[in-house]
Design a protein around this ligand. Structure first.
Ligand code: RTP
Ligand code: MG
Length: 139
C-alpha cells in the first residue's frame, strides 16, 4: 500500500529565479493537495542534518552551501501514491536527463541546482515533513 504524503522543497535557485508560482501551479494541476507550506531558510546545521545521508559524497559541501544561500518553499503534499508520482512529476536529478515537461526539465539549471526536492520513500517523507513542520502545521 503506497503512502499518501510526500515532502518537497522549492530550492533556492528556483525561488531566486521567480518560479515559485509556476511550480506550485504545476504541482496543484497534477492533483497534489498542499497540507503544509512555508517560506523558510535552512541554516548550515539544518542542511547538514537534512542531507546527512550524502555526507560522504563529493558534492556534500556544495549541496549544503547551495541549500542555505536563500529561502526555500517547504511543503507537504497529499495524493494517492504521492512519493512515486511526485518524483515522476519532478523528473531526473540531472535536468539534462529529465523527461520533457517535468519540473526539473523546465526550471532546473544543473544537477546540483535542480529546482525541487522530492522525498524518496514514505519513511523519509515522514521524517522530512517532521524536520520542517510541527504536527499542528500539517493539515
Ligand atoms: P532530492 O533528494 O533533492 O529530491 O534529489 P534526488 O533524490 O533526485 O537526488 P539525490 O541523489 O538525493 O541528491 C540530492 C541533491 O544533491 C545534489 N546533487 N548534486 N553535483 C552533483 O553531482 C550532485 N548530485 C546530487 C542535487 O541538488 C540533488 O538533488
Ligand atoms: Mg534524494
Amino acid at each position: 500500500m503506497s503512502g499518501k504524503r510526500t515532502f518537497t522543497m522549492i530550492k533556492p535557485d528556483a525561488v531566486e529565479n521567480g518560479h515559485i508560482g509556476a511550480i506550485l501551479e504545476q504541482i496543484a494541476t497534477a492533483g497534489f493537495r498542499i497540507v503544509a507550506m512555508k517560506l523558510t531558510q535552512m541554516t548550515k546545521n539544518d542542511a547538514e542534518q537534512f542531507y546527512a545521508i550524502h555526507k560522504e559524497r563529493p558534492f556534500f559541501g556544495e549541496l549544503v552551501e547551495f541549500m542555505t544561500r536563500g529561502p526555500i518553499v517547504a511543503a507537504v503534499l497529499e495524493k494517492e501514491n504521492a512519493v512515486e508520482d511526485f518524483r515522476t512529476l519532478i523528473g531526473a536529478t540531472n535536468p539534462a536527463e529529465a523527461a520533457e515537461g517535468t519540473i526539473r526539465k523546465k526550471y532546473a539549471t544543473s544537477i546540483g541546482e535542480n529546482a525541487v526536492h522530492g522525498s524518496d520513500s514514505d519513511e523519509n517523507a515522514e521524517i522530512e515533513a517532521a524536520f520542517h513542520f510541527a504536527g499542528r502545521e500539517q493539515f
